[in-house]
Design a protein around this ligand. Structure first.
Ligand code: SF4
Length: 328
């Protein structure tokens, strides 16, 4: 069960002497917004709430907070991403409470490691399960497995984001991804080239990442090859604080133009097919959150690729060495 703990965040806001708080709520919590506001009001804060879509702490609405004359931002559901801020920002991550499932998944993981004779691993997870990593480490050390929790850049120890797998840079040959879903394990594999073991504490299954790797790569190649055929490109730049890559967009525009293509830059806060109404370009280059092109490419009418993939499109890199670049 996912739990939002506001206690620490409230303490930090009080320490900052914040009276008027700009609240950012992730999509998964939007239905609970009014309850959260009421809780904050009870603690004595005035609350102004942003109802714009929010998928990560890369999206810190500092200008809006200033315009609404707020003393601080309270960002829910994510960990810190933007380091220097002009408005103080406080984070209240969502934590998944596993209860007795934790013991059960530990049993599954230890049996698997014993059977596979794996005696050293790096463990990584997403923000929701981060509080379980030290416990997982302790349990695995009991069966003499050497456990590494690496400190990545701009993330917590052992944390991975869809745009940042630096905590998976490790000397260990195998990486255990503690969490659910395939997006992050695929990202870790294509960022590091390492063997990935998915330990899912929700369905209590453990397995190596296998055929999904080929399927993922096939889809990326297909998209890049379709984008390669285009004569005109829309380079999409988000104005979100931690997703804005204006200089990369300029570089790509020049490179595409050198190849005789038309390339134009379009900027928007939230990138979507609807926002591109009327744009005739034959392919899109996304410079914002990589999930837009990886998770949501089917929502777009034209092929959409991430900006590091332009290197493959231009023939500068070979698909055999396909790698997901970190974007942070
Ligand atoms: S850029 Fe995307 S993956 Fe990275 S923190 Fe933002 S929403 Fe998450």
């Amino acid at each position: 069960m996912l739990k939002l703990e506001l206690g620490d965040a409230v303490k930090q806001l009080k320490k900052l002497h914040a009276k008027r708080v700009f609240l950012q709520v992730p999509e998964g919590l939007k239905t609970k917004t009014e309850g959260i506001i009421a809780e904050l009001e009870e603690k004595g804060f005035e609350v102004v709430t942003s109802m714009d879509p929010c998928f990560g702490a890369c999206d810190l609405k500092q200008d809006e907070a200033k315009r609404m004359e707020c003393d601080a931002i309270l960002h829910l559901g994510h960990t810190e991403f933007v380091k220097k801020t002009s408005v103080p920002a406080v984070y209240a991550p969502l934590k998944y409470e596993l209860g007795e499932r934790f013991e059960r998944i530990i049993k599954v993981i230890t049996e698997y490691l014993r059977d596979e004779r794996i005696n050293e691993v790096c463990i990584v997870t997403t923000a929701q399960f981060l509080h379980y990593l030290p416990l997982l480490k302790k349990e695995l050390e009991k069966i003499k497995v050497k456990v590494r929790i690496e400190k990545g850049k701009r993330v917590e120890e052992g944390q991975v984001l869809g745009c940042n797998y630096s905590s998976a840079e490790t000397k260990a040959l195998a990486i255990i991804y503690f969490g659910d879903g395939l997006f992050h394990p695929l990202g870790i594999h294509f960022a590091t080239g390492k063997k990935i073991i998915i330990a899912n504490p929700i369905d209590l299954q453990i397995r190596p990442l296998e055929e999904e790797k080929d399927d993922f790569l096939r889809k990326r190649i297909m998209l890049i090859e379709r984008a390669k055929e285009a004569k005109s490109y829309a380079i999409l730049v988000s104005t979100k604080e931690g997703q804005n890559r204006a200089s990369e967009a300029e570089k790509i525009k020049k490179e595409l133009e050198k190849k005789g293509k038309t390339a134009r830059i379009y900027t928007m806060d939230f990138i979507s097919q609807e926002a591109l109404l009327g744009i005739e370009a034959e392919a899109y280059i996304n410079t914002a959150c990589p999930r837009i092109s990886i998770d949501d490419y089917l929502n777009y009418k034209k092929p959409i690729i991430n900006y590091p993939e332009v290197e493959y499109l231009l023939g500068k890199k070979d698909y055999e060495k396909y790698k997901l670049e970190y974007i942070y």
